[in-house]
Each structure stands twice: as C-alpha cells, then as structure tokens.
Design a protein around this ligand. Structure first.
Ligand SMILES: Cc1cc2nc3c(=O)[nH]c(=O)nc-3n(C[C@H](O)[C@H](O)[C@H](O)COP(=O)(O)OP(=O)(O)OC[C@H]3O[C@@H](n4cnc5c(N)ncnc54)[C@H](O)[C@@H]3O)c2cc1C
Length: 305
C-alpha cells in the first residue's frame, strides 16, 4: 500500500525547506523528497550576497544544514530519494525508485540547474578545467588564468571569488551591458585581476586532455585566442522538470507555469522557487513563495475537509 500525506514537497532547496517548515507549523503531515543534496543551488556558495539577515549563516552549506537539522526535529518525513514520475489518473501519485506515495497536495520545488554553453567538448572537459563552482574549484587555479562567461549576478559573484585565487580572470559576456547588480559590477571593475570582454562570445574550447584556452569572437567578428586553465560558465538556469513527465503546463523558457496563487495547471499541485516561471531569483524570493504556498495549501485542504 502506498503511503499518503497531506503534502509532498519535491526538492529541498531553500524553497522546499522553507515550505516544509511552514507546513509543519500548520500541523500538516509532510514528506520532503531530495534527489541529491539538501540545500540545492546554494550549498556551493560560501558567502551568500545577499544573505538572509544577521541571525542566519552566511555560507549556503551551513544554512541548509541548520534548516535540515531543525526540520528533522519537527517530525518531517525526509526522504533521500528523487521523484521519478507523476501519475494524475486517480489523484496525486508520485513514484520514487523504491515506492509510490500519494498526497492531497503537491508542491513542486525541484529548482533548477546551471546551463552549459553547449560548446563542443564542454562535457568532456568537465573536471579537466571546466567547472561551474568557483568556491569548490577556485583554489585549484591558484595563480592561473581562468575564463568566466555570463552577464548576471552569478557570473559577477563567481568572477570575484576566482579573483581571490587566480592571477587573471577574463570575464566574457556576449551582450553590450551586464545585467549583474551595480555593486557587483563596480567591485569587478575595481579589481585589477578581472578583465572584461563585452559583446564577445566563446566559440570554442581548446585543449585535448585538459583545457588550455578558449577562442573568442567579438561583435566585429574578430577572433582571439586566450590561454586559460579554468573555464566557468554562468549563463542561466534550466528548470528541473523532467520528472513531471509532461503533466503540467510549462512556459516557453521551460519553467512551470503558475497562477497568481502559485497553482499549476493541475488542481492541488503548486510550484515555487527556481522551478517556476517568473521566479524572482533570490533566496528571499524562494522563501516568500514558500510562505505564500503554504497558506494556499492549508486553505485547499481545509476546504477539502
Ligand atoms: C552560483 C549561484 C549563486 C547564488 N548566490 C545567491 C546569493 O548569494 N544570494 C541569494 O539570495 N541567492 C543566490 N542565488 C540564487 C539561489 O540559489 C536561488 O534563489 C535558490 O537556490 C532557489 O532555491 P530553490 O529551492 O527554488 O531551488 P534549488 O536550490 O535549485 O533546489 C532544488 C532542489 O530540488 C532537488 N531536486 C531536483 N529534482 C528533483 C527530483 N526529481 N526529486 C527530488 N528532488 C529534486 C535538487 O537536487 C535541489 O536540491 C545563487 C544562485 C546561483 C546559481
């Protein structure tokens, strides 16, 4: 027989963790599923900027660990398993590799993963100079040259982290302007180790067994080769929606479409945080989504009786 919950939350990033805490406070019977590591995208960020305020940890891994430990004490059913399928023929039924779970309501909080540039050999060279985590891999590039790609906050933050270790950080962005917030751009501009290349694209990665450089092309179609030992792309996120098996309506950019009250196209299923279309982008936005959705779920379950 499948286990039944008031609420199942899929994904334990900050959206899912915060949702679980708020739902438990309402007295709901809750299960939280996590396919990889509790905490999601932030666990590799050593210095959160913005963070969550004076009383919270400044590192992502510490923050997630504190939340998970608090939640275990509150009686949450924490499952170290990913959702691999969703069946909506007779209510909400979720498959994991080992069991089937049923729920009166489901919150999709499966977040997103960093996109790759899609260059030939990018996958092959991953772990051989190609990385997407400055805090984890930055020290390996001590006094070496690296390339960072992207124009947003993540690219700026990671370029600044890398500048602490590397001799030179080449920051490449294909647009004419950066979308990162002004304080990060100013910090990068003031950093002598960071050199910016606007209206410029990386067209190929060089090197056989490890990365040795990149080829760039600018808006005047001039090409240039840059030697580098590390390569970090931060060019947006892809929502984690494969496990939904096409059962919910998605936006053109691949996020789960939601109404004003975070409801998806299927009654009783909601989506919050980085997996949803129109997400604000920051931790505080994920936590706001979580608070809002628990009100909706509690109202729904109250009406269902
Ligand atoms: C490099 C970087 C730096 C950032 N720095 C900051 C910062 O300093 N300050 C700030 O406010 N914001 C920052 N952000 C943004 C912040 O990370 C996001 O707002 C937040 O992590 C979104 O949380 P989430 O829970 O929606 O998704 P995620 O963090 O993506 O969590 C989703 C979770 O769901 C799990 N999951 C996925 N599929 C399944 C499945 N099928 N079954 C079970 N589990 C599943 C994933 O493993 C993951 O743990 C940063 C983002 C990046 C990329």
């Amino acid at each position: 027989m499948s286990k039944k919950y008031d609420l199942i939350i899929v994904g334990s990033g900050m959206a899912g963790l915060c949702c679980a805490k708020a739902a438990l406070a309402k007295g709901l019977q809750v299960a939280l599923l996590e396919a990889q590591m509790f905490g999601g995208l932030i666990i590799n960020v050593n210095h959160l900027d913005p963070g969550l305020g004076d009383n919270e940890c400044s590192g992502g891994a510490d923050l997630a660990a504190t939340w998970v430990s608090d939640l275990s004490d509150l009686g949450l059913d924490l499952m170290y398993e990913g959702a691999i399928g969703l069946d909506l023929t007779d209510g909400i039924e979720l498959q994991t590799a080992t069991e089937t779970l049923r729920a009166r309501a489901l919150v999709v909080a499966s977040g997103a993963r960093l996109k790759r540039l899609g260059l030939p050999r990018e996958e092959d060279l991953t772990g051989k100079g190609v990385s997407q985590c400055a805090d984890c891999d930055g020290p390996m590039f001590h006094q070496q040259e690296v390339v960072v790609v992207g124009g947003g906050d993540s690219a700026a933050q990671e370029a600044l982290v890398l500048a602490q270790f590397c001799s030179r950080v080449h920051w490449v962005h294909r647009g004419a302007e950066l979308s990162a917030r002004a304080s990060l751009v100013q910090a990068a501009q003031a950093n002598k180790k960071i050199e910016m290349y606007l209206q410029t694209e990386v067209v190929s990665l060089l090197g056989d067994d490890i990365i040795t450089g990149v080829e760039l092309k600018n808006s005047s179609l001039q090409t240039q080769t840059l030697p580098c030992q590390g390569f970090f792309a931060f060019v947006g996120l892809t929502p984690n929606v494969d496990w939904l098996c096409g059962q919910l309506t998605l936006s053109q950019s691949g996020g789960v479409l939601v109404s004003e009250n975070l409801a998806t196209s299927y009654p009783g299923i909601y989506a919050i945080g980085a997996v949803r279309d129109g997400f604000g982008g920051l931790l505080k936005d994920a936590m706001e989504d979580a608070q809002r959705v628990v009100h909706e779920v509690a109202d729904q379950l109250g009406e269902d009786g």
